[in-house]
Design a protein around this ligand. Structure first.
Ligand code: NAD
Length: 471
């Protein structure tokens, strides 16, 4: 049994001041895999003090010096991708086929940030005026449990590129992956105090970061409810805030879509990370004229997305992160049935033979109306809602009829038409014909999906403050 008792403060692993011990449970079988000692406000304050001290010198580093740090981080994380992958599969049940590439993407993000920083002008001048982009200060980086190692890499990369020092507060459900990741950070031999990490509860360690006047910026990824509370609490110290929140992403199948590709893609997108992905395309918008055909294609394709052991490379859907999340998904499935949606596949309960973990049945609802709860709220599980539309305008209307606006997907063979539809969607990203990523493209949400953007120059800009000097 592992015991994780330390945080990373001022360049060293230090014993937790906080004494609360939490069991870390493997969601695949319900077994305890580690005892985790959670940090408290005092741990957070020590980490903030270390970051504050380091900021004095790191904020004055040149682009080249920061680029060097980013390259070291890339090397250090790249060297441990197998261990990171293993920890994530075990800790939150992410399936190998998702986790392995996302860990790789986490390592790559340091090089993407390096490239963005290299291209980004940090000084502009005209006449007798000079504008420089200055690091905003100590940044508090708060991340969720779903693929946390990736979020740690992404947030640290942008903050370092901008010249900020950080205190990171990963989800308390991701202590094992955080621990492996921290060993990489230590290996990278960063300037002392640049990166500090305190594991602990959001309402304890996270809240201290949000309230502390020595933290200038919060970059948060997580639920909309917590995002809203961070905005409120951060106001009194005028925090700069980036919020990456939830989604209810539409996936529009245009009537010329090739179902042989579009339906497997709809499952890849809908069941991404066991459905526990902010960008999951959970509303499948289908032309009425092709509804019967789509239904058949769904039934034919679903067996190729098996649920089971996340460590098995053939598995497409693993367990939910914990019992609470399992119950939450069950309650949404019940709600869908109560509100009149029809279960085409899946439904309540565990899949047969998988009763000992937090597995749910991958579920597809048809005859869903966009005002039903399952079409409006983020379920965070493998539950797909099929909604029919009349014509292109109707599809765009339904897609945009959501309080969220993080991501959207469009599938069709006429690419001009797909682009035209994409350009009308209120979402931070729209992917045409599949699940796509570009680490230089901005990532973030319209509406309740958040504020601000991550990745590339947009992500670095979120940690900078312009200063104009006029002579
Ligand atoms: P969560 O909001 O419960 O927790 C996220 C983080 O915030 C955790 O580290 C948690 O400890 C911390 N936290 C909780 N209360 C806090 C408080 N009062 N002050 C400061 N910090 C606090 O979310 P979760 O369950 O860990 O993650 C799932 C959610 O994250 C989903 O809604 C999902 O859509 C969202 N998410 C968004 C993105 C994105 O990029 N937009 C990516 C992944 C996940």
């Amino acid at each position: 049994m592992k015991s994780i008792t330390k945080h990373y403060i001022d360049g060293a692993f230090v014993e937790s001041h906080g004494r609360e011990v939490m069991d870390s449970i493997n969601p695949t079988n319900g077994q305890v895999i580690a005892h985790v000692t959670l940090g408290d406000e005092e741990d957070a304050r020590r980490a903030i003090a270390a970051a504050k001290q380091a900021f004095a010198s790191f904020s004055r580093t040149t682009k080249e010096e920061r680029m060097k740090v980013l390259r070291r981080l890339h090397r250090a994380v790249s060297a441990r991708t197998d261990e990171l992958t293993k920890a994530m599969v075990e800790e939150y049940g992410g399936v190998l086929r998702f986790v392995a590439p996302i860990v790789q993407a986490g390592a790559e993000v340091f090089l993407s940030a390096e490239r963005a920083l290299c291209e980004m002008p940090l000084t502009r001048s005209w006449g007798n005026t000079m504008v420089t982009l200055e690091p905003v200060g100590v940044a508090g980086l708060i991340s969720p449990w779903n693929a946390n190692a990736f979020f740690l890499c992404m947030k640290l990369a942008s903050a370092v590129a901008a010249g900020c020092t950080v205190v990171m507060k990963p989800s308390e459900l991701s202590a094992s992956q955080t621990h492996v990741w921290l060993e990489c950070v230590h290996e990278a031999k960063l300037p002392i105090g640049l990166c500090n990490v305190v594991s602990g509860r959001g309402e304890v360690v996270g809240a201290e970061l949000v309230r502390n006047p020595d933290v200038a910026k919060i970059s948060f990824t997580g639920s909309a409810a917590v995002g809203r509370s961070i905005m409120r609490e951060g106001a009194s110290t005028m925090k700069r805030i980036t919020l990456e929140l939830g989604g209810k992403s539409p996936n529009i199948l245009l009537d010329d879509a090739d179902l042989k590709k579009a339906i497997p893609n709809a499952f890849i997108i809908g069941f991404l990370n066991n459905g526990q992905a902010c960008v999951a395309g959970t509303r499948l918008l289908v032309p009425k004229s092709r509804f019967e055909e789509v239904k058949q294609a769904i039934l034919d394709t679903l067996p190729t997305f098996p649920v089971g052991d996340p460590a098995d490379p053939k598995t497409a859907v693993g367990p939910m992160v914990n019992q609470k999340q399992y119950q939450r998904v069950q309650s949404y499935i019940r709600k869908g049935i109560e509100e009149g949606a029809e279960v085409l596949a899946g439904g309540e309960g565990h899949p047969p033979g998988l009763e000992s973990g937090y597995f749910v049945k991958p579920t597809v609802f048809v005859n869903v109306k966009n005002d039903m709860t399952i079409a409006r709220e983020e379920i965070f599980g493998p539950v797909l809602s099929v909604i029919t539309y009349e014509d292109e305008d109707d599809a765009v209307r339904i897609a945009n009829d959501s309080e969220y606006g993080l991501h959207a997907y469009v599938s069709g063979t006429d690419i001009q038409r797909a682009r035209r539809v994409a350009s009308q969607i209120q979402a931070g990203r729209v992917a045409i014909n599949g699940l796509l990523d570009d680490q230089q493209a901005p990532f973030g949400g319209f509406k309740h999906s958040g504020i601000g953007r991550e990745f590339g120059t947009f992500g670095i800009g979120a940690f900078l403050e312009p200063r104009a000097i006029l002579e």
